[in-house]
Design a protein around this ligand. Structure first.
Ligand code: SF4
Length: 270
């Protein structure tokens, strides 16, 4: 049987994958868009996806894992996921995506477009190991950097996701990649989600205690919130001196990224 070719683009709710959708939606009109929905996303992410759909006139396939986070937490013996044990990405994003591609396209060739920019370091992550899924990196090929991404989003009328005012990445509200400042802001912006994240630290049948953030529980982290905010504001002031004309939303995103010592996974945060 003759093999056919298909094109897919995963939206994470972040700026790079969104800019890539804007960049390609006319060049690749038969693109299939998808969003891997863990069920633990920020409300701002769903709002942003609605805005993308409305502006570009596209459909998005929401791919949900068959079982939710609590189920997988039990399977993994209560160990919270971490950069070293990223079972959440595998169970809640990569496997649902591979199932979707298999069901929809079988063994046909699928080009998967990924929003890694030309100015980013080499990153590991979801570059599929399935032989029929071929990764394409148009921003790398066309030398598109962060400034270009911001411009593409501004010109499209979509703009940046709203959560960039206090958080630098898309993904689950409890993502362990977030900085301590972002946890403090989660408690302020979405106190109910912060409480849910705390419960995942605490409620284990084995009686053990786990923490999302290095070296302290969320309660301990929040008790230091004044110190964490003061440190963040010092970085902000330093950065504003270097780039006085930069919009605040971009400055915040820059400094949160500067504080990063871990590169996040491609499946979740582009
Ligand atoms: S966003 Fe973070 S917590 Fe959620 S699946 Fe991705 S790596 Fe895991």
């Amino acid at each position: 049987m003759t093999k056919t070719e298909h094109h897919v683009l995963g939206l994470s709710g972040g700026k790079d994958s969104t800019a890539l959708a804007v960049y390609l939606h006319q060049k690749v009109p038969n693109m299939t868009y998808f969003f891997c929905d863990t069920g633990e996303e920020l409300p701002e992410t769903y709002e942003y996806l609605n805005k993308i759909k409305a502006r570009l006139g596209i459909e998005i396939n929401y791919l949900a894992a068959e079982r939710g986070f609590q189920h997988w937490l039990d399977v993994y013996n209560c160990y919270l996921p971490s950069p070293q044990a990223r079972w959440c990405t595998k169970q809640m994003k990569i496997l649902p995506l591979e199932r979707f591609i298999k069901d929809k396209f079988g063994d046909n060739t699928v080009y998967s477009y990924i929003g890694i920019r030309a100015d980013e370091p080499q990153r590991e992550g979801y570059l599929s190991k399935q032989p029929n899924i071929i990764s394409k990196l148009p921003f790398r090929d066309d030398d598109i950097n962060k400034e270009d991404v911001i411009r593409i989003l501004d010109e499209s009328g979509i703009g940046m996701p709203k959560y960039y005012e206090w958080r630098s990445r898309s993904g689950c509200y409890f993502c362990f990649y977030q900085r301590k400042y972002e946890w403090v802001k989660l408690a302020e912006q979405h106190p109910e989600l912060f409480e849910k994240a705390k419960q995942f630290e605490q409620e284990h049948s084995d009686g053990r205690m786990y923490s999302w953030s290095d070296g302290e529980t969320l309660d301990e982290l929040l008790a230091r919130k004044d110190e964490i905010i003061a440190n963040h504001e010092k970085s902000l002031a330093r950065h504003k001196k270097k780039k006085p004309n930069q919009a605040l939303i971009h400055t915040i995103e820059d400094i949160l990224n500067e504080e990063d010592d871990e590169l996040p996974c491609l499946a979740c945060h582009l």
